[in-house]
Design a protein around this ligand. Structure first.
Ligand code: PEP
Ligand code: MG
Length: 549
């Protein structure tokens, strides 16, 4: 067995045989032209044809895939208009008196290599787009038809790289997956793989190209691994996972668009937990009713300085726009404890889980908190935003947070920057203290979201990071259940809604219990939404009540 590793850009397991797509290696020949005006006209004609092909691809992507994929071909249309790119091609034709195909090929190489040499991965990935529009122009100029990717059903398409136009040719109902030797996770080809739902692993390295058509392989789009001629054990594990996935897809077919309602008519919201924008396609494809926990700290991790207000605003706006009229609950910064960030300059603590973390940092460092609050409020006009704060323990903390929000609002008002007054405000109940005074906290919030991960850690005095404590971990501890029930009752007696966004929300063994308690919303990883919907729709709470009487 050979194992190749690359970047998994769309999660999914595929088992099949390799089928290589080789582009014809024909070099573009350099020819001298005497009539440069005619050559320029030929180039202009080719540009017109390319623009109309891209328009058609845009329409096809819009109707068959989604807006995001269609936008790729709109961007290609804009690149085709790029002044520097066109000027350089025209200069080569007029001054060097070379044929248009050659001029396009050479300028394509210079521009794409220029992008690929940049530091920013996003800009690097634009090199592939330049090559794509240039290939299109060269194909039109040489009077050829675009090369087709032909493959038998269930095959795993392999190539050195695939341009977005080539990826668009892939039929998701026919091919099992695709794997490329090069390519980037920020490329438009990666976006297409996600939108089309085709498992894909990119950038596995040149070794891929030494393999041959027909070799048996397994692609794991989740981990970015490709197993060639898999051994028995790998095949067994991966087949099991594939079957799980098929079951999930069948659920999707059956339950997409249906309500989360029990047989006796009790409705509940099923929302998704996310920590980056990359998860949005999964949120939408799993039919989440909204986002119940957006862990905003991802914006602060893996970098060397604070994200500015503008950068945060763009991210929040994007998620709100993508979710359209669905609710998006963004949790304010939850740094500290298990999520340490060097540039915050936090002192080393004996007990970080009980230390300066989350809301405690925000309340003591307004220069960090206020830009986040302003960014959130500014984004609020682009969708249905709700803001929630983690780790609240007391009324005083809650009042201080509310004062900060008022301060952020007045700063925006002073500058005439709009925000929505309808933005809901909630807190996480993830400390026993908050659960036990939830009757006092409820009047000041619109909702509670119970963070069972931390609530369990603090109630059982059990570090959630410490593997050695596994034998003492009781996932459904009665103390935690009682705190949840107490919180739900207090929220409801003040007319507030209450959800669960910790891992227990996804625990099917507890779904019935949570429904009985009156939980209004469960927020879970996107892949748990449909199994939970299945469970809810098969539950009958009235029977259970009847039996008890
Ligand atoms: C929780 O504590 O349950 C929770 C959802 O927050 P996090 O896991 O991010 O601490
Ligand atoms: Mg927590």
């Amino acid at each position: 067995m050979i194992t190749l590793s690359g970047k998994g850009v769309f999660g999914g397991i595929a088992i099949g045989r390799l089928s290589f797509f080789h582009r014809s290696a024909e070099e573009i020949s350099k020819k001298s032209v005497t009539d440069t005006a005619a050559e320029l006209a030929r180039f202009e004609d080719a540009r017109t044809v390319a623009a109309s092909e891209l328009k058609m691809l845009y329409e096809t992507a819009l109707c068959k895939i989604d807006e995001e994929s269609a936008a790729i071909f709109e961007i290609h249309g804009m690149m085709l208009e790029d002044e520097d790119y066109n000027a350089e091609i025209k200069r080569a034709i007029t001054e060097e008196k070379v044929n248009a195909e050659y001029a396009v090929g050479r300028v394509s190489k210079i521009f794409s290599e220029g992008f690929e040499a940049m530091d920013d991965p996003y800009m690097q990935a634009r090199g592939a787009d330049i090559r794509d529009i240039s290939n299109r122009l060269v194909t039109i100029l040489s009077g050829k038809t675009a090369e087709e990717i032909s493959t038998a059903e269930g095959n795993i398409v392999c190539a050195d790289d695939l341009t977005p136009s080539e990826a668009m040719q892939l039929d998701r109902d026919r091919i099992a997956a695709f794997v490329t030797a090069k390519g980037s996770a920020s490329s438009h080809t990666a976006i297409l793989s996600k939108s089309m739902g085709i498992p894909a692993v990119l950038d596995v390295g040149e070794d891929l190209l030494t393999l041959t058509d027909g070799a048996e392989a397994i692609v794991d789009g989740f981990s970015g691994k490709v197993y060639i001629s898999p051994d028995e054990e790998t095949e067994r594990i991966m087949t099991e996972r594939l079957n799980e996935e098929r079951k999930h897809r069948a659920l999707l077919e059956e339950y997409k668009g249906l309500e989360n309602i029990t047989l006796d008519g009790r409705r509940i919201e099923l929302f998704a937990n996310i920590q980056s924008l990359c998860e949005l396609p999964a949120v939408l494809s799993n039919d989440a009713g909204g986002i119940g926990l957006f862990r905003s700290e991802f914006l602060y991790l893996d970098r060397s300085d604070f994200p500015c207000e503008e950068e945060q605003f763009e991210v929040y706006r994007t998620v709100l726009e993508k979710m359209k009229d669905k609710k998006v609950i963004i949790r304010t910064l939850d740094i500290g404890a298990d999520k340490q960030v060097g540039y915050f300059g936090l002192e080393k603590e004996e007990n970080p889980a009980l230390g300066l973390r989350a809301i405690r940092i925000c309340l003591t460092r307004p220069e960090i908190f206020l830009p986040q609050l302003r960014a959130l409020l500014r984004a609020s006009v682009y969708g249905r935003l709700a803001v929630m704060c983690p780790m609240i323990c007391s009324e005083d903390e809650l009042f201080r947070v509310k004062e900060m929000i008022d301060r952020a609002k007045s700063e925006l008002k002073e500058k005439d920057i709009p925000y929505s007054e309808d933005t809901e405000f909630g807190i996480m109940i993830e400390t026993p203290a908050a659960a036990l005074i939830s009757d006092r906290l409820a009047p000041y919030v619109d909702f509670f979201s119970i963070g069972t991960n931390d609530l369990t850690q603090y109630t059982l005095a059990l570090d959630r990071q410490n593997r050695r404590l596994d034998e003492f971990f009781i996932p459904h501890h009665e103390a935690v259940m009682r705190l949840i029930k107490f919180t739900v009752d207090n929220a409801h007696s003040h007319g507030k809604w209450v959800g669960i966004c910790g891992e227990l929300g996804a625990d099917i063994e507890l779904t019935e219990k949570f429904l009985e308690m009156g939980i209004d919303e469960l927020s879970v990883s996107p892949s748990y939404i449909l199994p939970l919907r299945d469970k809810i729709r098969k539950t009958d709470l009235s029977k259970k009540k009847g039996k008890r009487k």
